[in-house]
Design a protein around this ligand. Structure first.
Ligand SMILES: Nc1nc2c(ncn2[C@@H]2O[C@H](COP(=O)(O)OP(=O)(O)O)[C@@H](O)[C@H]2O)c(=O)[nH]1
Ligand SMILES: [Mg+2]
Ligand SMILES: [Zn+2]
Length: 323
């Protein structure tokens, strides 16, 4: 198993870290952003009360998982005066290729896949790289295991074996048969995790399966927001019964990485680590360079060739969009 590096807070993106310049004058009580809709943040106070808050104009946008300071105003309303420093930030590019934070203060990224809709290894790898670079632990969940017979489950386990070998936790789950739900609960306990992955893989169903009182909670939230029960269009944070937080995120068709230097990209592939720094050229991109120890490792089967394909694809995209 490859040893995990300590969390790196600044690698998520070039601008991901410039949150929350501490404003000495800002005061208020602590709160946790459960969700962010347009101009409104849903903020939970230490007693579990939920408030609809606006954000002071000079501050940047809050995201789900942000720790903030805020001041109460009208009943059930308030104003956020400060966004506290983010320990980690999950980012993705917006349509103008600018870094957009999606959620903050996560320590686990749970990538949910299923055979229907079928998943793409490239996207799984992009999520894993994003998790590594932001300093969060990736977990792979294969949901809808009830749809797999023994043979297809075995085949899938073999195909995913490369991730197990790298050291990533992998769980098969089903919200229908409840297979793997206890293990998933154990994995999420005492962490702040986000469920990510394509639409339709069963992220919201997993939240529902793990939180028996979900309907009541959503009812309370929609009373505060006045926005109805449209909880699947934005990222939403829920507390788990035995501690820890779980964020359900809206499905995405594709997940792309923000611009990162090629050296960082290689560090996002955990199994490359033992070979880094040994290539003939110190600035080797491990693509076509001679004397490349990483490419040698692919040839000798020490690094999986499909993972290398994902890496090369990412190097090519970074090159295209690079500044
Ligand atoms: N067979 C099967 N279907 C599931 C499972 N989990 C979710 N689904 C179904 O998959 C569809 C999408 O689920 P949803 O939770 O909305 O997915 P999300 O878009 O990732 O949040 C729904 O029709 C669910 O009933 C599962 O474990 N097994
Ligand atoms: Mg959903
Ligand atoms: Zn190299």
């Amino acid at each position: 198993m490859t040893k995990r590096r300590p969390a790196r807070s600044s690698a998520a993106g070039p601008r991901a870290d410039k949150t929350a310049k501490t404003d000495k004058k800002a005061t208020g009580q602590p709160g946790l952003v459960l969700a962010h809709y347009g101009q409104v943040s849903l903020v939970e106070d230490d007693q579990g009360g939920i408030f609809r808050c606006a954000t002071r104009r000079k501050l940047q946008r809050t995201v789900c998982g942000d720790r903030v300071l805020w001041q109460p105003g009208n009943p059930r309303e308030g104003t956020i005066t400060e966004i506290l420093e983010r320990k980690t930030t999950l980012v993705r590019p917006d349509h103008n290729n600018r870094v957009r934070p999606v959620a903050a203060n996560l320590d686990q990224i749970v990538v949910v896949i299923a055979t229907r809709p079928s998943f793409e290894y490239g996207m799984l790898d992009r999520y894993l790289v994003a998790a590594e670079l932001m300093g969060a632990r990736p977990v792979i969940v294969v949901n809808k295991s009830d749809t797999l017979d023994d043979e297809s489950r075995h085949k899938l386990e073999q195909r995913l074996g490369v991730y197990r070998d790298i050291g990533y936790t992998q769980l098969f789950t089903s919200t229908r048969s409840t297979d793997g739900l206890t293990a998933l609960h154990g994995q999420l306990k005492a962490h702040t995790s986000i469920l990510v992955g394509q639409s339709g893989v069963g992220k919201s169903s997993l939240v529902q399966a793990l939180l028996p009182d979900l309907d009541i909670r959503i009812g309370t939230l929609s009373q505060v927001t006045g926005l109805g029960r449209h909880t699947t269009t934005v990222a939403m944070l829920y507390h788990l019964p035995d501690g820890g937080n779980l964020i359900d995120s809206p499905g995405v068709r594709d997940f792309t990485l923000c611009q990162v230097p090629v050296e960082d990209l290689a560090r996002g592939f955990l199994e490359f680590e033992p070979f880094l720094g040994q290539c003939r050229f110190h600035n080797c991109r491990h693509v076509t360079e001679p004397g490349c120890v990483v490419q040698d490792a692919v040839r000798s089967g020490k690094i999986n060739a499909r993972r290398m394909d994902s890496y090369r694809e990412l190097v090519a995209t970074m090159g295209k969009n690079g500044k």
